[in-house]
Design a protein around this ligand. Structure first.
Ligand SMILES: *[C@@H]1O[C@H](CO)[C@@H](O)[C@H](O)[C@H]1NC(C)=O
Ligand SMILES: *[C@@H]1O[C@H](CO)[C@@H](O)[C@H](O)[C@H]1NC(C)=O
Ligand SMILES: *[C@@H]1O[C@H](CO)[C@@H](O)[C@H](O)[C@H]1NC(C)=O
Ligand SMILES: *[C@@H]1O[C@H](CO)[C@@H](O)[C@H](O)[C@H]1NC(C)=O
Ligand SMILES: *[C@@H]1O[C@H](CO)[C@@H](O)[C@H](O)[C@H]1NC(C)=O
Ligand SMILES: *[C@@H]1O[C@H](CO)[C@@H](O)[C@H](O)[C@H]1NC(C)=O
Ligand SMILES: *[C@@H]1O[C@H](CO)[C@@H](O)[C@H](O)[C@H]1NC(C)=O
Ligand SMILES: *[C@@H]1O[C@H](CO)[C@@H](O)[C@H](O)[C@H]1NC(C)=O
Ligand SMILES: *[C@@H]1O[C@H](CO)[C@@H](O)[C@H](O)[C@H]1NC(C)=O
Ligand SMILES: *[C@@H]1O[C@H](CO)[C@@H](O)[C@H](O)[C@H]1NC(C)=O
Ligand SMILES: *[C@@H]1O[C@H](CO)[C@@H](O)[C@H](O)[C@H]1NC(C)=O
Length: 633
């Protein structure tokens, strides 16, 4: 334990150079560094590029003797924002930090200090050419004074489309107007570039409503009180317009819900999913202030979704069926059927917000609108699960998840299984092992969903109202009856490839078993709905078994129709060979990929943190190698 302490200190002392990806300044005998986990970051996609800011980014040092050090995070003293250009192919053996680019929030790439300190959580509110860094938690330090409550940093990545000579990307310091503060965190953010608007729903504030910090011993500065607000950023005019409205009664604020913008109605709607009340992570003791109440409230945040119609400013709440359990800190994206007959919201990951040491969620759930039916389309493996990550959809059929952290089950900080980036095929409902800018397709409604709502991959849903409950409010029905002008939505795919990849565009298998007019849907609906829960369970088992089968068969008997599929099967194949050589009762996990690329997983080299790295340790690290004290201690 003593030695661990020394190691941690040593790593912290030299950390700034890692962040820069430089070789100098590493600790003795260190030969490389690998991104391990990234908790509470904020991201958004502007045109062809993902921007990633803030949070706690943990790195694992590799040493010349083949060993690995304890993963640590340094609080990003250089104010680095990472970017990922979706022209860049990657796969499970790619060194992810080598395909990220960086931009520095600090002047001349020096120390960021209080000009651009590192925020945990908060949001990146964006349109297609600029973003605003809003909310989130700083570490409380007396080394320097923090930015004011009305300060917000924005970044102009490109001009509005017309390439003006002389334009340079860069940061701007903006001021929030009276009545809006940055002292808020744990809210849910959504961007609608086609409307030039973005939102921050709910979240937590300090009891005073003033400064709020990463949880410390002084509760008066901890994010303990819910904020019953919806913050709106409107950048359709030359100068950004911020506004702050109070949520009506019956629309519950909470911590870390997911919010998505869905293209229905005149200006679209926001759909708020999940989140918890009284999360353990808002206190320094890391204990929920009211766990029983959280268990009572939180499942309802998934079962009854809150909907905001942007054009009218009205809130609605609609009951769903077959909802997942309470989950916070997951991520959500929307995929629209090609004929707009359904809008499928994918929710991945997260956990109950109460226990960091229990299994996290690795399932992918879909809430299909306007039927408001949930279906679990992918059953996961707790080892691969994550929370505090973000997801983006570079292509209509693909979701990329970025960052996150793992359950501390078993003790200590565990690196993400499979790595910082994961790719999910939204049409197929399956995880992919690679991303290739040349390999994509239009979105198809997954079979499991179109069997439930009618129609086929191309759309044609026949369940077009919430079933079986009907509309909670006729007003919401008419919002859904109004078509959003899809022509407003700009896309930036396909991306030119920066790599050697040569994928092939496939097409979905359109001979849906539920195709045509599924006349059985209406009469048997009741039965079907009753079976939803059973099905979900059956499917869970089936998928799990099928996954194992796939791994065993290696696709040997099946001739994959496309190169890309072939490649993926080869990956699975490789995984399997590895799995067979490992005598273990564990199901094959993505660790096997790591082993096959000589990156010994932490687990298998017997890495267990002598004692779990306490959350507080992260707040107590010296920042920029200067001494500091927590205020009030
Ligand atoms: C990954 O690439 C970065 C930047 O090129 C490098 O600093 C780092 O050591 C590499 N990590 C590994 C595990 O090779
Ligand atoms: C990183 O260092 C470890 C430990 O020396 C080594 O096993 C591993 O192969 C290295 N990874 C890369 C990508 O060089
Ligand atoms: C992303 O990569 C492509 C291809 O190299 C390039 O044309 C584009 O400018 C890059 N985007 C950004 C924001 O740098
Ligand atoms: C995986 O990506 C690396 C570059 O990141 C590339 O060298 C390698 O060929 C890729 N592997 C496969 C199987 O595509
Ligand atoms: C994003 O907002 C800014 C600020 O209003 C505006 O100048 C720019 O044109 C917008 N970008 C796009 C792609 O519409
Ligand atoms: C929203 O407005 C209320 C009332 O003016 C104010 O007390 C609160 O601080 C504001 N919230 C945020 C997050 O700006
Ligand atoms: C925050 O919550 C505490 C305890 O419930 C309450 O006493 C206090 O008034 C709240 N603060 C605000 C600004 O509402
Ligand atoms: C990509 O692969 C296809 C099929 O294997 C081949 O016909 C084509 O020439 C390849 N394209 C490039 C740019 O390598
Ligand atoms: C996703 O799955 C669909 C259906 O199997 C396929 O057509 C499409 O090419 C896949 N996309 C990728 C990127 O693998
Ligand atoms: C799928 O089938 C429907 C009719 O059943 C047709 O309208 C649609 O164009 C087909 N889509 C594709 C991609 O083949
Ligand atoms: C907690 O912080 C508040 C606000 O900075 C301060 O007024 C108070 O004295 C602190 N409490 C303790 C016990 O240090």
């Amino acid at each position: 334990m003593y030695w661990t302490g020394i190691l941690v200190t040593a790593i912290v002392a030299v950390f700034p150079s890692w962040v820069n990806g430089q070789q100098s300044g590493w600790i003795e005998n260190q030969v490389n560094a690998t991104m391990c986990a990234w908790k509470g970051l904020r991201t958004s996609q502007l045109k062809d590029t993902a921007y990633m800011d803030g949070g706690f980014l943990f790195w694992t040092p590799g040493f010349a003797d083949g060993g690995y050090g304890v993963p640590e995070q340094d609080g990003n003293p250089l104010g680095i924002i990472y970017t990922l250009n979706f022209s860049m192919p990657f796969n499970s053996s790619t060194n992810i930090s080598s395909i990220f680019n960086t931009i520095s929030k600090a002047p001349n790439g020096g120390a960021a200090n209080n000009l651009a300190p590192n925020y945990y959580d908060g949001a990146m509110l964006a349109n297609d050419s600029e973003f605003f860094l809003y909310g989130g938690l700083l570490r409380n330090t007396i080394v320097y004074s923090p930015p004011d409550g009305d300060e917000v940093l924005s970044y102009q990545a490109s001009d509005s489309g017309l390439v003006k000579p002389g334009f340079r990307p860069g940061f701007l310091n903006d001021k929030l107007p009276d009545g809006v503060t940055r002292y808020i965190t744990y809210g849910g953010a959504a961007n609608a570039p086609s409307e030039n608007k973005a939102w921050y729903f709910g979240g937590y504030r300090s009891p005073s409503g003033g400064p709020v910090y990463q949880p410390s011993l002084n509760n008066s500065l901890n994010p303990l009180n819910v904020s019953n607000t919806l913050i709106t950023l409107d950048i359709s005019q030359a100068s950004p317009k911020w506004s702050n409205t109070t949520l009506p009664n019956g629309i519950p604020s909470r911590a870390n819900p997911s919010v998505v913008w869905v293209p229905v109605g005149e200006q679209g709607i926001l759909v708020v999913l999940g989140g918890v009340s009284y999360p353990y992570y808002s206190t320094s003791a890391q204990v929920s202030l009211n766990e029983p109440q959280s268990r009572k409230d939180s499942p309802g945040y998934m079962a009854n979704v809150d909907i905001y119609d942007i054009a009218s400013g009205k809130w609605y709440q609609q009951t769903t069926i077959g909802a997942p359990p309470q989950l916070a800190m997951g991520c959500a994206v929307v995929a629209t059927a090609q004929d707009s007959s359904s809008y499928n919201i994918y929710y991945y990951g997260g956990f109950d917000g109460l226990n960091e040491d229990q299994d996290f969620n690795d399932d992918v759930w879909v809430l299909s609108l306007p039927s408001f039916m949930w279906m679990k389309i992918s059953s996961g493996d707790p080892e691969h699960a994550r929370a505090g990550h973000q997801c983006l959809t570079p292509y209509p059929d693909q979701m990329v998840t970025i960052g996150g952290f793992r359950s501390s089950k078993g003790g200590g900080l565990n690196c993400l299984d499979g790595g910082i980036l994961q790719v999910f095929n939204l049409t197929e409902g399956k995880w992919l092992t690679s991303y290739d800018p040349n390999s994509w397709n239009m979105y198809g409604v997954p079979e499991m969903i179109h069997l439930m709502i009618g129609g086929d991959y191309a759309g044609g849903a026949t369940v077009t109202t919430p079933s079986p409950t009907g509309w909670a409010d006729v007003g919401l029905g008419s919002v859904f009856a109004t078509t959003y002008p899809a022509s407003k939505i700009a896309t930036s795919y396909p991306y030119s490839s920066q790599g050697p990849g040569n994928g092939t565009r496939g097409s979905w298998n359109n001979n849906s078993k539920g195709g045509g007019t599924p006349s059985w849907v209406a009469p048997v609906l009741g039965v079907v709905l009753g079976l939803v829960f059973l099905t979900a369970i059956a499917v869970a088992i089936m998928l799990y078994r099928r996954r194992s089968l796939l791994l065993k068969k290696n696709g040997g008997s099946e001739n994959p129709p496309y190169d890309r599929h072939h490649r993926i099967r080869k990956w699975l194949n490789g995984t399997n060979e590895k799995a067979q050589t490992v005598t273990t009762e564990d199901p094959p996990s993505r660790y096997d990929d790591m082993e096959s690329r000589n990156e010994t997983p932490l687990r298998s080299i017997g890495y267990t943190s002598p004692s779990p790295i306490p959350e507080m340790a992260q707040y107590e690290m010296p920042e920029n190698q200067r001494p500091f004290e927590l205020m009030g201690e």
